[in-house]
Design a protein around this ligand. Structure first.
Ligand code: MLT
Length: 265
């Protein structure tokens, strides 16, 4: 589905199921399509929304200065356009987690539960920023497919990479369809995002932190840090999963969310 918000941005999104609202924010360099297994399973029990973030999938609306906060504002505009005024459960994976953290910081009253998957609160260090600059140059020179090929060894566990070619191919397909301007915009936004660590203790929403036990991009120690600093947060580590834990260990991932949300209602 596509929707034009009041600010002129067109947002493409999935909307499935009925019940209390659960919003999924995708990782980089992907689209809402990465949430297919969650939309299928969790729309039995929840009203699930999965928008494409700025520039990805069918969503337009780059901000002049790329920022994670700008992406969070886009999510708020999307919810307003759909007249979703009650607080939502918000789940972000990796870059989607950065956006979820920016959203809860800016609009705390709009979040009834927070799920942070395979993400982190820390800003990029100098080496991380230099890598972002290299990636922007690489993307401009090559293609979205080349970007995901470069990232792929860290997206899944070695076992998945060698034994489950279908999910590797699916992730590659989703990423290869994204536009280079969207990739460059998002990389710059991630490079310049602020450190969210000082704000973690102000989060009042019940929070679940999920991490693949073999996540090589946002390793478990980062999730442990998140869970330690957010009051009352619950940490679920999924063995045998890497960065894309929602795709690698779908039933464990979905079950963690379902039981967490049911325990809140
Ligand atoms: C993601 O999976 O969204 C990104 O790899 C996060 C990042 O590069 O910091």
């Amino acid at each position: 589905m596509k929707f034009r918000t009041g600010s002129g941005m067109t947002v493409s999104y999935d909307d499935a199921g009925a019940g209390s609202t659960l919003v999924f924010l995708h990782g980089f360099p992907l689209s809402r399509e990465m949430w297919r297994p969650q939309i299928d399973a969790l729309s039995r029990g929840f009203r699930v929304f999965a928008p494409d973030l700025r520039g990805f999938g069918g969503t337009t609306g780059f901000t002049e200065t790329p920022s994670i906060e700008g992406m969070a504002e886009g999510v708020a505009q999307f919810l307003e356009a759909l007249e979703i005024t009650s607080p939502v459960a918000l789940c972000g994976l990796s870059m989607g987690g950065y956006v979820a953290l920016a959203f809860v910081r800016k609009y705390p009253q709009r979040v009834r539960a927070l799920i942070l998957a395979d993400t982190r609160a820390e800003a990029d260090d100098e080496a991380g920023k230099a890598n972002r600059n290299k990636m922007m140059a690489f993307a401009k020179e090559h293609s979205a497919a080349a970007v995901i090929d470069q990232m792929m060894p860290k997206m899944f566990t070695d076992t998945t990479l060698s034994a489950r070619p279908e999910i590797v191919a699916e992730l590659r397909r989703i990423a290869a369809e994204q536009s280079v301007p969207a990739i460059v915009h998002a990389v710059q936004a991630m490079r310049d995002r602020p450190d969210s660590t000082p704000f973690l203790e102000a989060i009042a929403a019940p929070t679940l932190v999920i991490v693949g036990g073999e996540d090589a991009i946002t390793p478990p120690a980062m999730s442990e840090n998140l869970a330690r600093r957010i009051s009352g947060a619950k940490l679920v580590t999924i063995p045998g999963a890497g960065h894309m834990s929602n795709l690698e260990r779908t039933s464990e991932f979905n079950e963690a969310i379902r039981s967490f949300l049911l325990s809140q209602s």
